[in-house]
Design a protein around this ligand. Structure first.
Ligand code: HEC
Length: 168
């Protein structure tokens, strides 16, 4: 009887080192197998570095992570040509999305006829496909300068806008 009881409590594991190996194979090894499987399954979605040469992938790789603009003293205002180049040329150079082209007198004459104030309001508040302020970092005064630069290049005779007091 006592032998029987003893037998029912013994398994294949008889020594401490067997116990150690058993725990190792039943817990640690499966974990590594699972990690390996996860890597295997997800490796499809990870193209090797540099192997995706599409324009977008390249652009994403070389894009600037952030931009810091240091500035001391009052901001240097752009003149009309600079402001135009910075923010209006994108559409107005080529006449994108229906924008009146730079220097295109036919496209501008009717608009110029509505007067400087009306055009400035359009440029500041947006019109049609053009966003307010054309969506960017110019001051109102710089937008006005860009507008005069563009309108006068297409036959307008607007005066150079006067700088607001604070900007002088
Ligand atoms: C996203 C493209 C885009 C950008 C950037 C853009 N414009 Fe325009 N702009 C347009 C389009 C489109 C029109 C025609 C809008 C309409 O008549 O429906 C227009 C029209 C104008 C007009 C005529 C408005 C009127 O009342 O007839 C002025 C003035 C003007 N833009 C000035 C500017 C200035 C100044 C800038 C830069 C600060 C600028 N635009 C940047 C697309 C753009």
């Amino acid at each position: 009887m006592s032998d029987n009881t003893h037998d029912s409590h013994t398994g294949p594991i008889k020594t401490p080192s067997q116990l150690l190996w058993t725990s190792f194979f039943s817990f640690v090894v499966p974990i590594f197998v699972i990690i390996g499987l996860v890597f295997y399954v997800t490796s499809d979605f990870k193209p090797a570095a540099g192997s995706d040469t599409s324009e977008l992938a390249t652009a994403v790789r070389i894009q600037r992570v952030g931009a810091v603009e240091l500035q001391s003293g009052p901001k240097k205002l752009r003149d009309g040509a600079q402001a135009y180049a910075a923010q209006c040329a994108a559409c107005h150079d080529a006449g994108l999305v229906g924008a009146p082209k730079f220097g295109d007198k036919a496209a501008w004459s009717a608009r110029i006829g509505t007067g400087y104030d009306a055009l400035l309001t359009s440029a500041l508040k947006g019109k049609g496909a053009m966003g307010a302020q054309s969506g960017g970092s110019l001051t109102d005064f710089e937008v006005a300068r860009a507008l005069v630069h563009m309108a006068n290049a297409a036959g307008g005779k607007f005066d150079e806008p006067v700088a607001p007091e604070a900007a002088k």
